[in-house]
Design a protein around this ligand. Structure first.
Ligand code: ARG
Ligand code: ZN
Length: 466
């Protein structure tokens, strides 16, 4: 209850606080924010005690020397009275940090930075207050090996670099609260040698060349989870346009991938329009794609607004990554256990697209997934461990869950209304498995325990007809 007291204003209050044992000279004493958010798969990811509202990243990139110099200006709201707090950062050297303009001490233990602000600004970190932290850092950013052996984080490419990372690669290039539950707005300024281009999320607000280096400023106003942040530096052929629905498109393509990507990238406006009919209004103001050269990055990722493709994609992959803009990017998993909601809907989008464009009925896609033993290795809402998060059940079997809901409703119009209602209810937010199952039961008025038990949580393949 001490924490709810207003700032001590009178000697009587000060005395009272002292008697209650709360007192340090400056007033109410805070406690350190937690070093992790106890995610079921990555307990150490993210940090407690604050909620980031905005990241301002200034990155100076020298790809030839593999050097990065960064300044991260992090605006956050305290969710408790804070005496210290953590940021996640992998590799790189921290030069210094300030909180509210005053020097702060920084302690490093592995991927955790502990920031301890000076006593003079302690008051500014009371619960509910917004405070600004500036971290200056530099070094040679690294590729991280994630739990499934994939490479992510900061990846060197033939002519530059690409930063991408699901689940946790973003900590390789900026300090922050790297858990999907803490979404924020971003301004990302990247300065590169003038012969290269720097692409990131959101909208390009300016581009300025001085002394042989060009600064690109990218702005993301809509909340973004840090695993969806990206930077791509290299030689790119870029294109800008606006769709008839007013969505700004920006594509950046490695010249070696240009010819093979041309037709599929031209489909983006049609894919967005089709997706909006199925899932509800496109949640962002801009869209596009970054296409790397084959071999430059390990996997495609639905980085916000502008997915990264590791080479020329096919239409199915474009449909998948654009569907994630609704499922994952706007409606973001509350924890990594809820990832099946992302991949299930993105895979289902591919099935829907194939039904509408390639004469493959959804029933056929479902049956093919059902017959594939790989999809039955474990239940999608309960992968055995972090190494299994991106395994087939999280894709194929989760899409089957979505289709079973549709079958249980037995009314396509109502099913698509349910899907649109879901993206609307959690637009630009976070949602968990429990939120989803409760929502579906509420909307359908059905007790779907049997469906969840068999298809979402069950250990074995249920009969097709039940
Ligand atoms: N979300 C990406 C996709 O399905 C895949 C990310 C894979 N990440 C990994 N660590 N294996 O589009
Ligand atoms: Zn996906």
């Amino acid at each position: 209850m001490i924490h709810r007291l207003p700032a001590p204003a009178t000697p009587v209050l000060l005395l009272a606080l002292t008697l209650l044992g709360a007192g340090c000279a400056g007033g109410v004493e805070g406690t350190p924010g937690a070093a992790g958010l106890r995610d079921p798969y990555f307990p150490g990811l993210g940090n407690g005690g604050y909620d980031v509202t905005h990241y301002g990243l200034e990155l100076d990139v020298d790809p030839a020397a593999h050097r990065l110099r960064g300044t991260a200006t992090i605006t956050a709201r305290a969710t408790q009275d804070l005496s210290a707090f953590h940021l996640d950062l992998a590799g790189l050297n921290v030069e210094d940090a300030t909180v509210e303009g005053r020097p702060a001490s920084v302690n490093r233990a592995g991927k955790e930075l502990t920031i301890r602000p000076g006593a003079a600004v302690e008051d500014r970190l009371r619960k509910g207050r917004t405070f600004t932290t500036v971290v200056r850092y530099s070094g040679s950013p690294q590729a991280l090996t994630d739990a499934d052996g994939g490479k992510e984080g900061w990846l060197r490419t033939a002519d530059g670099a690409v930063a991408l990372g699901e689940p946790s690669g973003s900590m390789a290039w900026f300090p922050g609260n790297h858990h999907p539950s803490d979404k924020a707005a971003y301004d990302i300024e990247v300065t590169v040698p003038e012969k290269l281009t720097a692409v990131s999320n959101g909208e390009l607000v300016s581009r300025r060349t001085t002394g042989g280096r060009t600064a690109y400023r990218w702005r993301t106003r809509e909340p973004m989870a840090s695993y969806l942040a990206t930077v791509a530096v290299g030689r790119f052929a870029t294109q800008q346009s606006v769709t008839p629905d007013g969505i700004r498109l920006f594509t950046a393509v490695d010249p070696q991938s240009a010819a093979a990507s041309k037709d599929v990238l031209a489909e983006i406006p049609a894919v967005l329009k089709w997706s909006a009919r199925k899932f509800g209004p496109y949640p962002f103001t801009s869209a596009g794609a970054i296409v790397e050269r084959k071999g430059d990055s390990a996997y495609a990722l639905e980085t916000q607004n502008r997915p990264v493709f590791p080479g020329p994609p096919d239409t199915g992959l474009v449909v998948h990554e654009l569907a994630h803009q609704w499922f994952g990017n706007s409606v973001t998993p509350a924890t990594w256990r809820d990832l099946w909601l992302n991949e299930g809907f993105a895979t289902y989008a591919e099935w829907l697209w194939a039904a509408d464009h390639d004469d493959v009925p959804v029933r056929e896609s479902f049956e093919e997934a059902y017959e594939d033993d790989a999809n039955w290795a474990f239940p999608p809402a309960d992968p055995p461990g972090p190494a299994d998060l991106f395994e087939p059940p999280v894709y194929g079997r989760s899409a089957m869950v979505v289709h079973r809901i549709r079958l249980a409703m037995d009314d396509d119009a109502a099913f698509f209304a349910l899907v649109k209602g879901w993206t609307k209810a959690h637009r630009h937010g976070n949602a968990s498995t429990e939120d989803f199952t409760a929502y579906v039961e509420e909307e359908t008025g059905q007790d779907l325990t049997g469906l969840w038990d068999a298809w979402l949580y069950g250990g074995s393949r249920p009969p097709m007809e039940d």
